[in-house]
Design a protein around this ligand. Structure first.
Ligand code: ATP
Ligand code: MG
Length: 422
């Protein structure tokens, strides 16, 4: 016997038994985004590799070691998207969406993302993100709105109290230059102890040390100078404005100056929603302001802010919290038959029901009547009936209400009406 081919490392099937969770999340997200006035955008699974090298940044883990890159027959380098923001920015520029009314409010859901990481709980090579991107608004109020979208999603799922919002400002290029000097001279003392990656990145982007997963680097980072005391007046004012708004809205948060986010393009506000009950991979949602990105990708300056939220980690949090996902409805009616000569008649019958919005299944296996009833039971069908020659002759059929365990009579050609009336 041939051996089965297994799915690639770090990927997962989403099976029919769990699809209701995905439908539910998609529905809640769609409703949420509508409530906030965000419109959906869908971009391709792969993009030119350059988009991510420029848009995510070549000092990031993503670009340095996590991209799935392939070369097409024409010799073009393509990469499976590791994140959603740079593709959305590309689409905004390519389709001149910036020429429409501002602010431009977009979301994606769910977007598959691909990163060649070491798979573990909450970390896959193919995973899904919901995210929003807000362009054309540089105010603290815009930051607050984007954070509010994520917060409101968690609130609707009853998770708001189980997640901690961590907030930071990483300043702008002006204040970051002074900070960079201070950080560098601190890190210099530990050059020998830092991991190879951090040492290599030191000259280009020393703030990445805060994001390093190595314990030694994390220890070193703990004593490092913090961006907070280097913010320029404009950045400080912006950050304070955001904090005041969040406090006034009674959204709890904690300022954490070590949050720098993995992606290079962030400016000013960065934030994460962290859970302490899903283990090591505890960040469910991460986002921030990326005012320099649109320019970096060839557009005129346009401020932007957004977040990406991992759906797998959201599901994990929901499950830990004992969240009950609504089940999909079972088939409403099962139509059985006593023998194959009634095949066309029963097919017409179920077609009529289906067109009236009543889900219906019929025997297509050629089972015995007893086996058909057993199958109807397994399906969890609400109603079951068997059509035989007798039913055809009299035009009447007995319908079993499987939930109540009782039966009622109906006309064969009035079945739809009888069911709709119940
Ligand atoms: P981490 O620090 O966990 O690697 P990240 O900074 O790389 O996260 P982002 O790029 O900000 O993550 O992605 C946003 C969200 O997408 C994360 O908060 C997380 O919920 C989810 N996510 C990121 N990488 C993965 C992955 N490999 N598998 C599953 N979910 C992921
Ligand atoms: Mg990562």
């Amino acid at each position: 016997m041939a051996s089965i081919i297994r799915l690639p490392k770090g990927t997962r099937d989403i099976l029919p038994d769990e699809i209701h969770k995905w439908y539910h999340i998609e529905e809640v997200v769609r409703r949420l985004c509508q409530d906030f006035g965000y419109r959906e955008i869908r971009t391709p699974v792969f993009e030119s590799t350059d988009l991510f090298v420029r848009g995510v940044g070549d000092t990031t883990d993503i670009v340095q070691k996590e991209m799935f890159t392939l070369v097409d027959a024409g010799g073009r380098s393509l990469t499976l998207r590791p994140e959603g923001t740079s593709p959305v920015v590309r689409a905004v520029l390519e389709n001149s969406l910036y020429a429409g009314p501002m602010p431009l409010k977009l979301y994606y859901n769910p977007l598959t993302c691909y990163r060649a990481e070491k798979p573990q709980a909450g970390r896959q090579r193919e995973f899904h993100q919901f995210g929003v991107e807000l362009f054309g608004a540089a105010t603290p109020a815009a930051d607050a709105e984007v954070i509010l979208v994520a917060y409101e999603l968690f609130r609707r799922f009853g998770l708001a109290e189980r997640l901690l919002l961590k907030l930071n400002s990483i300043g702008c290029p002006t204040c970051r230059a002074a900070y960079r000097e201070a950080l560098l001279s601190y890190l210099e003392q530990y050059r020998q102890e830092l991991c190879d990656t951090c040492r290599q990145r030191m000259d280009k982007n020393p703030m990445r040390v805060f994001d390093c997963k190595s314990e030694i680097c994390q220890g070193i980072a703990q004593g490092a100078p913090l961006i907070t005391s280097y913010l320029c007046d404009a950045c400080r004012e912006h950050f304070e404005g955001l904090q005041q708004t969040l406090s006034a809205l009674e959204i709890p948060f904690e300022v954490d100056p070590t949050i720098v986010r993995g992606l290079d393009y962030y400016r000013r506000t960065v934030f994460e929603f962290v859970s302490d009950d899903i283990g090591a991979q505890s960040t469910v949602c991460g986002g921030g302001r990326y005012d320099g990105l649109v320019e970096e990708l060839g557009g005129d300056p346009l401020p932007g802010i957004g977040f990406g939220l991992g759906i797998e980690r959201l599901i994990m949090s929901l499950e830990r919290a004992g969240y009950v996902f609504p089940e999909l409805p079972a088939v409403e009616v099962y139509v059985g038959m006593t023998d194959a000569s009634l095949d066309v008649l029963t097919t017409k019958l179920v077609t009529e029901l289906r067109r009236a919005g009543i889900s219906a299944e019929k025997d297509i296996v050629g089972r015995s009547v007893k086996a058909q009833m057993k199958y109807a039971d397994k399906l969890g069908a609400h109603y079951a009936l068997i059509v035989g020659q007798n039913e055809v002759d009299t035009g009447r059929v007995t319908v079993k209400d499987m939930q109540k365990g009782e039966s009622f009579e109906a006309a064969l050609d009035g079945l739809k009406e009888a069911l709709l009336a119940r």
